[in-house]
Design a protein around this ligand. Structure first.
Ligand SMILES: *Cc1c(COP(=O)(O)O)cnc(C)c1O
Length: 365
């Protein structure tokens, strides 16, 4: 059996007719930039997240970057962010001129360790970026109470967590802004790059509305040095259709995680831990095991593709050598980066394939 890590075609097949028709309609209309479907998708996404506003931008990275700018963050400011995430969580900070201040993660959930944040807060700290890693919400209550105490902004990196919940509320609605990516492999993925900012703050909304579209008030009147960062209408057309399926697809991911859990329970591996009071949407299904790299090879030789995220924590990336972190700075993230393995978990992954992966793993171990 050959099992790929991802299979985006399966989702397309389910919605093919609707997608093809909607794209043809768009070609007839031709409103490719900030067109009708883009506006409707913003309304639908805001409603889905239960926020007042949603703004389409050209990537998840820009959703973070423009959120930071809208919170007046720039040179001289420090922003707290976990060191175990995709690099974009930190790059967005660097683009503003501010400095990322890394924090280690919790060994159970792989999210930011909220107990280690307070000691890193200085007079320059302006915001915290919790990442809802792999589809599970970070401990927002603890983060919100720290933000209140020190007057900090909170920008949620929800790029991997469309539809995830925390105490019954959707991620993206819990802080100053929520930042989503529609990169094709995400739980809600387009056919190219795309992103969204959600917020309840009218002032932030108005600022990002300008920043994403050349800082203009009207066609040729530019009030700030803005950017070209808009969500293409063609992506919105596709994403509107996919959004209608998101809950179903997240449910299938959760079911697949449960099937894995049942098959792998007796093996010598650490399974994902789902916290109480959250709804995990399993962007990734991560296990941890000894001799990971050898096992990856053996799985591969049996036709099973896996993926390692993230092999190098952010504080050890060459791009951040000027921050002078050392090996040993964040022991949990470093340990996890050595022994974590991500198994295929897309919605239409068949049960027989999960069973096969579990069987092969059992033989190897
Ligand atoms: C994918 C991702 C991003 C960046 O999103 P893009 O749309 O690729 O720019 C940011 N943060 C996290 C945690 C991500 O997984």
């Amino acid at each position: 059996m050959n099992i790929s890590f991802l299979d985006l075609r399966q989702e397309y097949i389910k919605i093919k007719k609707e997608v093809n028709k909607s794209i043809l309609d768009l070609m007839q209309r031709g409103d490719f930039i900030l067109g009708k479907d883009e506006k409707i998708f913003e309304e639908e996404f805001a409603q889905y997240c239960n926020t007042k506003y949603a703004l389409g931008v050209n990537s998840g990275t820009d959703a973070l970057f423009l959120s930071l700018l809208a919170c007046n963050i720039g040179r001289g400011d420090e922003i707290i962010v976990p060191c175990f995430t995709y690099i974009a969580s930190a790059f967005a900070i660097s683009y503003t001129g501010a400095k990322p201040v890394f924090v280690d993660i919790d060994e159970q959930t792989y999210n930011i360790d909220t107990k280690k944040i307070e000691r890193l807060i200085t007079k320059n700290t302006k915001a915290i970026i919790p990442v809802h890693l792999f589809g599970q919400s970070a401990k927002m209550r603890e983060i919100i109470s720290l933000a209140k105490k020190y007057n900090l902004k909170i920008i949620e990196d929800a790029a991997q967590a469309h539809g995830a919940e925390y105490y019954g509320k959707k991620v993206g609605s819990l802080a100053d802004t929520g930042c989503f990516s529609f990169y094709p492999t995400k739980n809600l993925g387009g056919c190219g790059d795309g992103g969204m900012v959600t917020t309840n703050n009218k002032n932030i909304y108005k600022k990002i509305l300008r920043l994403r579209d050349y800082g203009r008030r009207d066609r040729y009147h530019h009030v700030v040095k803005g950017y070209n960062s808009r969500l293409d209408t063609i992506q919105a057309v596709i994403l509107r259709i996919k959004l209608k399926n998101l809950d179903k697809w997240n449910q299938l991911r959760r079911k697949n995680a449960e099937i894995y859990n049942n098959f792998l329970r007796d093996l010598d591996v650490v399974l994902p831990k789902e916290e109480n009071n959250v709804k995990h949407v399993y962007h990734a299904y991560s296990i941890r095991l000894k001799n990971r790299d050898k096992i990856v090879q053996k799985l591969c030789s049996r036709g099973i593709s896996t993926s390692i995220y993230y092999p190098i924590p952010l504080h050890l990336q060459p791009a951040y050598k000027e921050l002078n972190y050392k090996k040993g700075s964040f022991p949990i993230a470093e340990k996890v980066s050595r022994d974590m393995l991500n198994l295929p978990i897309y919605p239409y992954l068949e049960k027989a394939k999960i069973e096969f992966i579990a069987k092969v793993l059992k033989e190897i171990l």
